[in-house]
Design a binder for this molecule. Structure first.
Ligand code: SF4
Length: 392
């Protein structure tokens, strides 16, 4: 079910976000292909903090003066950072860019690394939104997902987050092996009873290079087939919409107005700075868009920053065509879809009429008036193919 309703309005000004990547985790989850690393010695947080501050200087030179609309600390597990580290990073950002008070400052946290004193420290440092990696609400599935927490830890973390932060969200992973529609519906409804106004619900996908990938290839891990996964997805959309938290993006659900501003900046193709190992950015220093990427390996990134002031390994000017592709790829994730005038301006053409009509006839996309184009829920399931078809 695709529900319309007010979303934080698309004013044509998608905002300017800052992403900071903390690349360490206590253990590597078997499904995870994020840039996350386990270290058996304590991480030198002071040294990393100094490197974050140095890389900020380089990024500030590249972006020029800007007013920040959101900050996101992701990972990895940023809740392994000491509150003093978080404070130094947030102060460092505010010393380099204009950071108005009250903007969204999100931090990802894992229930296994949560305790009240730490949470209060993050709050005092300026974090006002927390996103918890809960992932499942039954212990056998949490163990299967390789998580270090159990349901009791998750519920404690949710309670603390609700008490301490003005805004909170948590993630769940569904389409787990042998997961029935009824079991997922029950679990999701339980999750909704703990949620405030935002939930991220991801389908389990098997990514190359993960432990699950090897097991899956060897036939030792069977995940729901496409049809069952699609049914789980549709059930998710219906249940969430029924509880007033419709999808505003493929996997993200919120009551209207509670959407993540930071993620909206990505999907509306705004600019953002990426700081830390493996962080990506999109900046417009000379009018056109520049894509930045930093070294992924934490210690290699650290020594690069210490030697040259940044860990960037790529800085690519994106031509109009590349930007038009990204506008589609990002915007079609959103329920509000893509602003066609913006896409036309970059692509230098309208969507090919036959191709568009074909995708409409197949039920993958639809027009919202003349100004916007969006994916239907069916189209969301094959988003990359839809984008490839429209962009070619
Ligand atoms: S906690 Fe998150 S980032 Fe870390 S390994 Fe697990 S899924 Fe990946």
């Amino acid at each position: 079910m695709l529900t319309d309703g007010p979303l934080l309005p698309d004013t044509g000004e998608p905002g300017f976000g800052i992403y900071v990547h903390w690349p360490f985790c206590a253990a590597k989850c078997p499904y995870c292909d994020f840039n996350s690393h386990v270290r058996h010695q304590p991480v030198d947080q002071a040294r990393f903090t100094a490197a974050f501050l140095r890389e900020m200087d380089t990024m500030r030179e590249l972006s020029g003066p800007k007013t920040v609309t959101s900050i996101f600390m992701g990972g990895g597990t940023p809740s392994l950072m000491e509150p003093a580290t978080v404070e130094a990073i947030l102060d460092g950002l505010a010393a380099r860019w204009h950071v108005p008070s009250g903007i969204e400052v999100t931090m990802e946290a894992n229930p296994s690394s949560v305790e009240a004193t730490r949470f209060r420290g993050y709050r005092a440092a300026g974090v006002n939104r927390v996103s918890l990696g809960v992932q499942a609400l039954n212990d056998p599935d949490l163990r299967f997902l390789g998580r270090l927490h159990d349901v009791a830890d998750a519920l404690k973390a949710i309670r603390l987050a609700r008490d301490i932060f003005p805004r909170m969200s948590f993630d769940l992973i569904y389409a787990r092996p042998k997961q029935s529609i009824d079991a997922w519906a029950e679990e999701l409804k339980e999750a909704i009873s703990y949620a405030v106004d935002h939930l991220s619900l991801y389908q389990l996908t098997i990514e190359e290079g993960t432990a699950f990938y090897g097991l899956h290839k060897a036939g030792k891990l069977i995940v729901p087939d496409e049809e069952h996964a699609a049914t789980l997805y549709e059930a998710t959309q219906d249940i969430m919409a029924g509880f007033g938290m419709p999808a505003y993006e493929v996997s993200n659900h919120a009551t209207p107005g509670a959407e993540s501003r930071h993620n909206l900046t990505y999907w509306r193709y705004g600019d953002y700075v990426g700081i830390g190992p493996g962080a990506h950015g999109r900046l417009s220093p000379r009018g056109g868009k520049v894509a930045t990427a930093t070294e992924r390996h934490p210690e290699t990134w650290l020594t690069a920053v210490e030697a040259q002031g940044h860990g960037m390994i790529d800085q690519e000017d994106l031509d109009d065509e590349a930007q038009a592709d990204e506008v589609l790829l990002m915007g079609l994730r959103l329920r509000e879809g893509v602003d066609l005038a913006r896409w036309q301006q970059l692509a230098g053409r309208d969507p090919h009429p036959d191709r568009e009509q074909f995708l409409i006839d197949q039920g993958f996309i639809e027009r919202i008036g003349n100004a916007r184009l969006r994916c239907t829920p069916k189209g969301m399931l094959v988003l990359n193919a839809v984008v490839a078809d429209l962009a070619s």
